[in-house]
Design a protein. Structure first.
Length: 267
């Protein structure tokens, strides 16, 4: 599941284990031969964000999970395609509450490909399961974010066989509106793993001038896990969101995105 690069010093490694809905245990195995002079040492193992919110009697300023679990979560976590409460009560009835979301399990959903020979000749593709070579090198996700398994779909871009470094792939959303400033938030998950992985950008564009406004950007490796990103969308006129991937050096420098959702303040 994780490939560790050789080092003469202590090196921090982290990797995502996805959503586990039942009890689980982990084992650590070293593969391959070792000579008597080789040494592998592990210390300080930490589990981060592995617990569900605890039941509390304090006033909840965010969203209160169902009575069974009773936890309190941030409003930003409601209807973001992630079961933050632990009983899915934060993911119920989302369409009626006017949330918009795409998990890429049945196509591109709210998004469509925007291929442009001059500015964005590459494409985002829908993929499933482990990115080729994930176990042996630093490349792409081992599972999608929605289902945390090999059947789940996500979108990914690389330079491909014909592309070049810094070439772009664009995915554009349906036309959206923000009901008021600070009310329309985009939430998404991205996977950027590898020494030469390039850049992921979120822009908005309006029909008024067609210019792109850069709102969010990540350059270089984040880690061997799905990372959550949020962007506040404050355009006062109807706009579209553009998800832009910039190609890295090789076809292994893959950028993946999954579970894109918009809060109820986006229409
Ligand atoms: Ca949630
Ligand atoms: Ca998915």
């Amino acid at each position: 599941m994780v490939s560790i690069t050789q080092s003469n010093t202590w090196k921090r490694e982290s990797f995502g284990i996805g959503r586990q809905t039942s009890n689980f245990s982990m084992s650590i195995n070293k593969k391959g031969g070792m000579s008597r002079y080789d040494y592998l040492a592990i210390d300080d193992i930490e589990f981060m964000n592995c617990a569900l919110p605890k039941k509390s009697n304090e006033i909840c300023l965010g969203f209160k999970c169902s009575k069974n679990r009773g936890g309190c979560i941030d409003y930003s976590r409601v209807c973001d395609l992630t079961d933050d409460c632990g009983d899915r009560s934060d993911e119920e009835d989302c369409e009626n509450k006017n949330f918009l979301a795409t998990d890429f399990e049945n196509g591109f959903g709210l998004f469509s490909q925007l291929k442009n020979d001059r500015y964005a000749p590459l494409t985002w593709d829908i993929r499933t399961g482990t990115a080729n070579g994930h176990i042996y090198s630093r490349v792409g996700p081992p599972y999608d974010h929605t289902l945390s398994n090999s059947e789940g779909h996500y979108i990914a871009m690389t330079r491909g066989s014909a592309g070049a470094m810094n070439e772009k792939a664009w995915l554009i959303s349906e036309v959206l509106r923000s009901v008021a400033k600070g009310e329309c938030e985009m939430r998404f998950y991205y996977f950027m793993y590898g020494d030469k992985v390039n850049q992921l950008n979120i822009h908005t564009t309006t029909q008024k001038d067609g210019d792109y406004t850069l709102l969010w950007s990540q350059t270089g490796e984040v880690g061997n896990f799905w990372m959550r990103g949020t962007v506040m969308l404050n355009d006062t006129v109807p706009f579209q969101v553009v998800i832009e991937g910039k190609a890295g050096v090789t076809t292994n420098d893959l950028i993946a995105v999954d579970d894109v959702s918009f809060s109820a303040g986006c229409k």
